[in-house]
Write a protein that binds this ligand. Structure first.
Ligand SMILES: CCCCCCCCCCCCC/C=C/C(=O)SCCNC(=O)CCNC(=O)[C@H](O)C(C)(C)COP(=O)(O)OP(=O)(O)OC[C@H]1O[C@@H](n2cnc3c(N)ncnc32)[C@H](O)[C@@H]1OP(=O)(O)O
Length: 259
């Protein structure tokens, strides 16, 4: 597996772990960090042994945003030409394997946006989420106004984007941004346990479930129902589906072959 400057990548069984590693800057996100995350996701997605990926930061900060010190001198043409998506900045959002953001401490600006690129957010009770870009004279730029609004509704998303305030883990769970809250000292145990559970399922079936849920997030109900129906029918081509139902009937655990 590749080695990186700003992140640490390891695997625990069928779980890949990407840990942001710029603690002195509260894991501020630079283009270089996003390039490394993209390369790590390429590696983990290509590894058949990996069934789920966890992205995490430090106890104090998942990521306190894009790197303000690196952004400050930039102008329009700098940001326009080094287009974030073009460098693979949204690669984690395009990963076919399920992804979990394990968030403790600050997830602000680009940090909240990175967490929302993941499929599931599990928050420590210390987590704080926000899109404070407005306080810097800018706005979210990698999904914050779009994913946040779809996740928590217009009014609260507008509140966070216009006031720049943070919301704590409890408010984030109440609003639907976060799947569950766990004690800070149990965050990685819980996130890895969830990832192991997901990785134990049929990987093609998990990819289909992920695609169907994402389409609900991104399109009309009619279109989403059509996608779901087609993918549901497609699961009947999986050996894993036949094995899964046979295992239930025979009262035994299924043996998934990921096909
Ligand atoms: C050209 C490339 C540029 C990068 C591009 C990356 C790709 C993404 C591009 C698109 C981005 C989309 C739009 C998103 C924009 C943003 O995310 S803007 C930033 C939003 N975040 C914030 O505004 C939070 C800023 N931080 C804080 O408010 C506070 O640090 C805190 C989180 C409330 C914690 O406060 P405290 O406990 O007092 O710690 P500090 O002393 O403030 O911080 C410790 C050190 O960490 C440095 N730091 C913190 N956040 C950042 C940051 N976002 N960028 C850079 N550095 C940060 C802080 O300066 C301290 O450093 P030192 O002063 O050297 O000790």
């Amino acid at each position: 597996m590749s080695t990186f400057e700003h992140i640490i990548v390891e695997s625990k069984g069928a779980v890949g772990i990407v840990k942001l590693n710029r603690p002195k800057m509260l894991n501020a996100l630079s283009f270089g960090v996003f390039r490394e995350i993209a390369a790590a996701v390429d590696d983990l997605e290509a590894d058949d042994a990996i069934g789920c990926i966890v992205v995490t930061g430090s106890d104090k900060a998942f990521a306190a945003g894009a790197d303000i010190k690196e952004m400050q001198p930039k102008g329009f043409i700098d940001m326009f030409s080094e287009d974030f998506a073009a460098i693979g900045g949204d690669r984690i959002a395009r990963c076919r394997k399920p992804t979990i953001a394990a968030v403790a401490g600050y997830a602000l600006g680009g940090g909240c946006e990175l967490a929302m690129m993941c499929d599931i957010i599990i928050a420590a009770d210390t987590a704080k989420f926000g899109q404070p870009e407005i306080t810097l004279g800018t706005i979210p730029g990698i999904g914050g106004t779009q994913r946040l609004t779809r996740a928590i509704g217009k009014s609260k998303a507008m509140d966070l984007c216009l006031t720049g305030r943070m919301m704590d883990a409890a408010e984030a769970e109440r609003s639907g941004l976060v799947s569950r809250i766990v004690p800070a000292d149990k965050l990685m145990d819980e996130a890895i346990a969830a990832a192991e559970k997901i990785a134990s399922m049929s990987q093609p079936a998990a990819a289909m479930a992920k695609e169907a849920v994402n389409r609900a997030f991104e399109t009309t109900l009619a279109e989403g129902m059509s996608v779901e129906r087609n993918l549901f029918h497609a699961t009947f081509a999986l050996e894993d589906r036949s094995e899964g139902m046979a295992a239930f009937i025979e009262k035994r655990k299924p043996v998934n072959k990921n096909r």
